[in-house]
Structures are given as C-alpha cells and as structure tokens.
Write a new protein. Structure first.
Lengths: 113, 107
C-alpha cells in the first residue's frame, strides 16, 4: 500500500489569504487526486493532478481558486486561494497506483475565519 | 442525480451483523470500494471488489455485488464498538463517493 503524507494536518487561516497543502507519497504513482470534504458531507473530487501538465478540474472548481502542481510522480500541492469561510473543509489527497487500490492521506482540516 | 447513493444511518447491536447498502449508476465501473472514516481521521480502504465478481470475503467483511441492479453491499459480521464510523462506497471510474453511512454500534 502507498503511504501518503499530507501537510499541514490542520490550519486556521484569515479570509483573503491562501494556503498551500502538500501531498507526498512514498512511491511513484500514476494518478493523484484532490478531494474536498465539507462538514458532514461526502467527498467531492476537485481535480486530477497530472504530472507535467495542467490539472484536470471537475465542474465547479477552477484553477484560479485551486491551483495544483504535480512536479513529479510522488508529490503534489493544492493551493486554496483567496479563502473565505465557505472554504472551511477537509482537503484530502488520494493516489491510485498500478494496482486497483485508491489510498488517501489523513487530510488537511482547514478553518477560515 | 447522484452517481453513488447510500443510506445515511445504521444502528446495530454489538455482536450482530451490519449490512450497508449502496447503489451506483456507472455501469462501466471496474472496481467498487468500501472506505471507513473514523471521527477526525482520513479514509481507510477496507476492501474492494472487481466488477466481474459477485462476492468477496475478507475476515469479518463480506462484499456482495449485483451488477445487473448496480447494487453493492458490505456486511460486517460480529460488529464491534470499534466498527462505529462512517462508511463510504465509491466507484472507480472517477472515484465518486456516496454520502456515507454512519454506523453506530450500541452495547
């Protein structure tokens, strides 16, 4: 199984600021994803992080708000830009390797005040 | 409508079996997953089943898949208090998640 480290694990941020979340995997993986889990809700896919090219965003999510980097096969970042209280959520990194499993990081619990 | 649907709550007595149900819409899904999320924690992959299988058993967990009806279930035998959590089913195509079933185990 893949071991995924996410940083920070939690943060409290002022509205209007930006936060960059890091996701590090202990092995090379083909697919990396970023999800948002709003309080009491299920997971919503934000985007697929593509290595060497722009991320693929799902409906309702845009690059200006959630810029994503994927410089190599083991690392990705998600930035939550110009934050508002509505952005308070858990943000999760997920990976799928060559096998069938999809693994998740522990998540970053973001509170915007 | 939602791609993956689940019942939201389940209460079960300790020692009984729990059955969590899920329906999905994407017939091209090759794999279907069950995840467990404990309070304040990330998602733990419990098990998965390939779409050409009807059943998969892993210790106390049994997954049943009815591909014709696009229905997936997770049975937890001898449910323990440590099984209290939210359980999510997900399909592989875009890893779409259900809303989660909150399982409460009562003594």
């Amino acid at each position: 199984s893949a071991v995924i480290s996410q940083k920070p694990s939690r943060d409290i941020c002022q509205r209007g600021t930006s936060l960059t979340i890091q996701c590090q995997v202990d092995s090379q993986v083909t697919m990396m994803f970023w999800y948002r889990q709003q309080p009491g809700q299920s997971l919503t896919l934000i985007a697929t992080a593509n290595q060497g090219s722009e991320a693929t965003y799902e409906s309702g999510f845009v690059i200006d708000k959630f810029p994503i980097s994927r410089p190599n096969l083991t690392f990705s970042t998600l930035t939550v830009s110009n934050m508002s209280p509505e952005d308070s959520s858990i943000y999760l990194c997920s990976v799928q390797g060559t096998n069938t499993e999809a693994f998740f990081g522990q998540g970053t619990r973001l509170t915007v005040v | 409508g939602e791609d993956v649907e689940q019942s939201l709550f389940l209460s079960v007595r300790e020692g009984d079996s729990s059955v969590i149900n899920c329906t999905y819409t994407d017939s091209s899904s090759t794999y279907l997953y069950w995840y467990k999320q404990e309070p304040g924690a990330g998602l733990q992959l419990l098990t998965y089943i390939f779409s050409n299988m009807d059943m998969k058993q892993d210790q106390r967990l049994t997954v049943l898949l009815n591909k014709k009806d696009k229905h997936l279930s997770l049975r937890i035998a001898d449910t323990q208090t440590g099984d209290s959590a939210i359980y999510f089913c997900a399909e592989r195509h875009k890893l779409s998640f259900g809303a989660g079933t909150t399982v409460t185990v009562r003594a």
